[in-house]
Write a protein that binds this ligand. Structure first.
Ligand code: GLN
Length: 476
């Protein structure tokens, strides 16, 4: 086994046994990046020199180990682009809380990973720079918007990574790349320094090779932050303490609304097999209803676009990044936005501005918030009966590059199983649970109650440790 194939826990134990050094791990990862990133294209920026410098003086629980960061989290002195032309040359003067905490824990930064522009998309095809490729099949998308982070983890171009998830952007790419992705509870992890897309939905979380690594990163990045008023002032448990505990008697809800016509047959079979496997481990499946599920995608695209239109107003050629010329202020604004933003971002700004405009606010945003409450209540009702809920993460495996770009509505359906979780503000994890006959990874989503990441980590770990999907690596 090569060192770049390891996760954080694996590397830490070799380092502890003095069988490898953090420097050798870095060497292996950068050699791997040189060998494969020309094909995978996971990184927007590489920071090799900085990574070695950070590793040299590193102390802390993950000293010297490379964790890649999605390029919508500000890194002081390191270009942060959101894969947008408008921020192509933006270098933040401050550090986001999550990277600050990771760096304090000793992590070194190998680089910043590609995403759909401003995290809007499900395939990384909306990146203004290039599309990341799925390491399992280079003709396919890696998922999105955190496709660069998921591909980097799957391809061994880092030991772990951070992503952000507004409607599925950690879990869906993790599922499509055969790795682990955890979206924490809204408020569990500070978003200070995360470039905002839809503020009531955005959440940062880990993309890793194993469930244990997800718990390790959660221990580092979670907890209240005075710089983010939406971060919750509640205690953070040791997320690794639940790993290895059995799941006898754990009640697993199976929502019938998530096993619908039109979903890929091989995905359905793998997920049903995974649920049967959980039952073999002692879990008890219980049918639950989440009746407002059919409204989730429409609801999300009202709320997320509205919030995006408001958040992205700040990119006007004055305060940050790219600025176009114009004969007066208005023309400068219009030219800057017209040339700085890509088509999907413009589509969402227009949709959201319309939904928020006076006279329409009640009919769209106001109504959307009410539907959101109904979706949240569905989960509250279900969680009166069960401890976790199991579903597929994505209705299909990775699709071909270009297959859905002509039809945004088709693309929006990629997140049909992940979006409700953001609307409800609850945590969910995606873990590998099989492959299609064509060799593409399939993911199982395990959803938990507010601030109960421990139970989903416990269930995910029990499943992972009794299967070997997580040991598979793409042949690159
Ligand atoms: N694919 C969804 C969207 O395009 C979710 C993106 C995300 O979670 N950032 O909005």
């Amino acid at each position: 086994m090569e060192l770049y194939e390891l996760g954080l826990a694996g590397a830490l134990s070799l380092i502890k046994e003095k069988k490898a050094s953090a420097r050798e791990v870095l060497d292996s990862v950068f050699t791997r990046i040189r060998n494969v990133d020309g094909r995978v294209k996971a990184y927007v920026s590489l920071t090799e020199e900085l990574a070695y410098k950070m590793a040299e003086n590193a102390a802390g629980p993950i000293a010297g180990l490379p964790v890649a960061i999605k390029d919508n989290m500000c890194t002081k002195g390191v270009r942060t682009t959101c894969s947008s032309k408008i921020l192509e040359n933006f270098t933040p003067p401050y550090e986001s809380t999550v990277t600050e905490r990771l760096f304090k824990a000793g992590c070194s930064l190998p680089g910043k990973t590609n995403l759909d522009e401003f995290a809007m998309g499900s395939s990384t095809e909306n990146s203004a720079f290039f599309t990341t490729k799925n390491p399992w099949d280079l003709e396919r998308i890696p998922g999105g918007s955190s496709g660069g982070s998921a591909a980097a983890v799957a391809a061994g171009e880092c030991l772990a990574a951070l992503g952000s998830d507004t409607g599925g952007s950690i879990r869906q790419p993790a599922s499509l790349c055969g790795v682990v992705g955890l979206k924490p509870t809204y408020g569990r992890v500070s978003r200070y320094g995360l470039v905002a897309f839809a503020s009531s939905l955005d959440q940062i979380g880990p993309i890793t090779k194993t469930v244990e690594d997800a718990a390790i990163i959660m221990n580092i990045i979670s907890g209240h932050d005075p710089l983010d008023s939406t971060s919750a002032p509640i205690p953070v448990p040791d997320f690794t303490a639940v790993l290895g505990k059995d799941i006898k008697g754990l009640k697993v809800g199976i929502p019938k609304e998530y096993f619908v016509e039109g979903m890929d047959k091989e995905v359905e079979k793998s997920v049903r097999d995974a649920i049967a496997h959980l039952e073999n481990l002692g879990a008890v499946p219980v049918e639950v209803g989440l009746p407002h599920t059919p409204y989730a995608v429409a609801d999300y695209y009202i709320l997320a676009t509205s919030e995006a239109s408001s958040n992205l107003a700040r990119f006007d050629g004055v305060k940050y990044g790219f600025r176009a010329e114009g004969k007066d202020l208005m023309e400068m604004y219009m030219e800057t936005k017209a040339r700085g933003f890509g088509a999907e971002v413009k589509r969402r700004i227009m949709l959201g501005t319309y939904a928020l405009s006076s006279g329409y606010y009640e009919a769209y945003y106001g109504k959307g918030q009410k539907v959101r409450t109904l979706i949240k209540r569905d989960f509250e009702e279900a969680f009166k009966k069960v401890d976790v809920i199991a579903t597929p993460t994505s209705p299909t495996p990775a699709f071909k590059i270009g297959e859905k770009t002509a039809d945004p509505l088709q693309m929006y359906l990629s997140d049909i199983f992940t979006i409700s979780i953001n609307l409800a503000g609850i945590p969910a994890i995606s873990i590998p649970c099989g492959f299609t006959s064509g060799g593409l990874p399939i993911g199982l989503q395990i959803i938990g109650k507010h601030f109960d990441e421990e139970t989903i980590l416990k269930a995910a770990h029990a499943y992972e440790q009794s299967t070997n999907w997580h040991t598979m690596r793409p042949a690159l």
